[in-house]
Structure formats: structure tokens, C-alpha cells
Design a protein around this ligand. Structure first.
Ligand code: KPL
Length: 305
């Protein structure tokens, strides 16, 4: 299967390195010319503990250069999905399977309205931290769920899932991907904003009683919204959030990476989306509201804007 990864951020680089390590030819589609040139020339460096290994990838900003992809893994941020779909339009026309791997919920209506190809969702609990462009630290293994929301199933998804497993990434097809998306959302609700606020790796939150309590309240608010929407989330969302903190203890969450790099964060697609949905059910969500505004303030002051 010819795989193209759209977006060489932390997750995109991790997947590119692990597929390349497993012997696949991987293409990375970027929107930044200089970064694409760097990755194409130098490959992706995977850092695991004290080991560093470089893997060759084909990186470009030109979809025409990587025509014929059978699967497109969309690894951009939720807010960038719309631009990524526009950039990949020439590849999408070829009818590949599009797999959307974002945190949060805000990209879902965009995909529903304008994916332009068969699409599936994926949510992963793998941790990855981008040290510098093309240099990614593996922050902890975790399961990746794939599935179709309302769209017709496409058999290429099973092939892709097999490739993930063969490349050492535990993965499976979920019969209820919406529930899996919400399970992951609840984890991001509990972890990401707090790591950005406390400026610490995921595991450090476990040692901060105040942060743990805020995490518990934020996750329970989100679980109440999920329940009101009729989503069948897995039991014990707080326990599962703590478990992810343990499994990815050394990882810098994607939100903290964004804050440190002076980029916009996904807080509005994660905690902010809980606040928005909670309001539609008249459910109070003061903790998520506070987390959203704290992170917005932090990222505004860090980016100097
Ligand atoms: O999804 C993540 C993220 O950082 O966005 C977790 C699983 C919390 C790992 O850091």
C-alpha cells in the first residue's frame, strides 16, 4: 500500500519513521517548502530512549510528485484540516482512502462536508514529541483505533490496520469509532490543557494533587456531555486518563508542544468544544471553560500576540 502522510508534525514524523523502519516507502506531504526539502534530504530521525535512527522518506510540497497514494493519513491539527484537504485535492481525486487522525471534534463536520474521498477516522494514544523539524521522540506506545463514522466501510482500512500492526503499532478497527473518538477526547480534555498550564510532561501531572483534581473534574464534565449526546464512552474515563499519563509519562503533550513553539493550540477543539456542547444541553462546564481561557491566554502571551 502506498502511504502518504500529510503533515510532518510529531505524529506524522513518528508514523513516517515507523513505516519506513518496517520497510515501506513513505511519502510526506508538507506545506512548507524548506522543511520538505530538509526532510527529503535528511530523512526522519526517530529517538527512542538513547537510540537515534534516521529513516529515509520522500518529502514534498507538490502532490503531483507523489501521485498514486492508496492511503492518505491526515496528521495535521484539527484547525488545519480544511487547508490540508485543499492541498491534497489532486491526490484525493485519485480516490485513496483518507484517514483523519486529529484530536478533538472540530474537523468532523469539515470531513463530512468536503472530504471528497472515502474517509475513516483514527485516534491514537501513541505519544510523540517533535524536537526539531524531522526529529521525533517516541513518547510511549498506545493503541490506535480506526473506523468509519457514518460512511460505507472500505476494505482498504483493514489492510492499513494490518500494516500498522506489522510496523509495531498496535491498532484495530473499532465498531464504534465515535465512542473511540470521545474516549480519546476525554483523555485530551484531562491531559493537554493542564500540561500546557503547568508546563510539564504528561507524567508530572500525576504528582500534582491540584492538577489531578482539576483533571478529574474536567474529564467528568466532558463525560456528562458524552452521556447527554448518547455516546457510549468506555467506563472509568478518569482512570483511563491517569493511565495514559503513566504510559506517556515523559511525553510533551501536543498542546504544550504548540505553546512552546508559539503556535495556536487545539484547546478550542478539545476543552472549548466541551464547553460549547455542554451549553447546548444546559450542562455546566466551568472547569473546561477555565482551562480553555487559561490556555488561550498562555498561547497569546507566548506567541507575543
Ligand atoms: O494525544 C495526546 C496529545 O499529546 O495530544 C496524548 C495521548 C495526551 C499524548 O501526549
Amino acid at each position: 500500500m502506498r502511504i502518504t502522510i500529510v503533515g510532518p508534525g510529531a505524529l506524522g514524523c513518528l508514523l513516517a519513521a515507523l513505516f519506513s523502519k518496517a520497510g515501506h516507502q513513505v511519502s510526506l506531504l508538507d506545506h512548507q517548502v524548506s522543511r520538505a526539502a530538509l526532510l527529503d534530504r535528511k530523512g526522519v530521525c526517530l529517538v527512542e530512549g538513547s537510540r537515534r535512527q534516521v529513516y529515509a522518506v520522500r518529502a514534498t510540497t507538490k502532490p503531483a510528485a507523489i501521485a498514486g497514494s492508496e492511503a492518505l493519513l491526515l496528521c495535521v491539527k484539527s484547525a488545519d484540516v480544511i487547508n490540508a484537504l485543499a492541498q491534497t485535492a489532486p491526490l484525493i481525486k485519485e480516490g485513496p482512502l483518507l484517514v483523519s487522525m486529529q484530536n478533538g471534534l472540530r474537523h468532523l463536520p469539515i470531513l463530512q462536508d468536503s472530504a471528497g474521498a472515502p474517509w475513516a477516522l483514527a485516534v491514537t494514544a501513541m505519544g510523540a514529541t517533535l524536537a526539531t523539524p524531522g526529529v521525533v521522540r517516541f513518547g510511549g506506545a498506545g493503541f490506535t483505533h480506526f473506523g468509519f463514522l457514518k460512511q460505507a466501510a472500505d476494505e482498504r482500512l483493514a489492510v492499513l490496520v494490518e500494516l500498522f500492526n506489522a510496523a509495531g503499532m498496535r491498532a484495530g478497527i473499532s465498531p464504534d469509532i465515535e465512542a473511540a473518538v470521545w474516549d480519546k477526547l476525554l483523555i485530551n480534555v484531562g491531559v493537554n490543557a493542564l500540561t500546557a498550564i503547568y508546563d510539564c510532561p504528561n507524567g508530572k501531572l500525576l504528582a500534582l494533587p491540584k492538577a489531578r483534581e482539576t483533571m478529574r473534574q474536567a474529564v467528568l464534565e466532558a463525560a456528562a456531555v458524552a452521556e447527554a449526546r448518547g455516546i457510549k464512552i468506555s467506563p472509568d474515563p478518569v482512570g483511563r486518563t491517569l493511565a495514559v499519563c503513566r504510559a506517556t509519562a515523559g511525553n510533551i503533550s501536543s498542546m504544550l508542544q504548540d505553546v512552546r513553539q508559539g503556535r495556536g493550540t487545539e484547546v478550542e477543539a478539545i476543552n472549548g468544544e466541551i464547553v460549547r456542547l455542554a451549553a447546548t444541553f444546559n450542562i455546566p462546564a466551568p472547569v473546561n471553560e477555565r482551562l480553555t481561557s487559561l490556555v488561550l491566554n498562555i498561547s497569546t502571551s507566548r506567541s507575543g500576540g
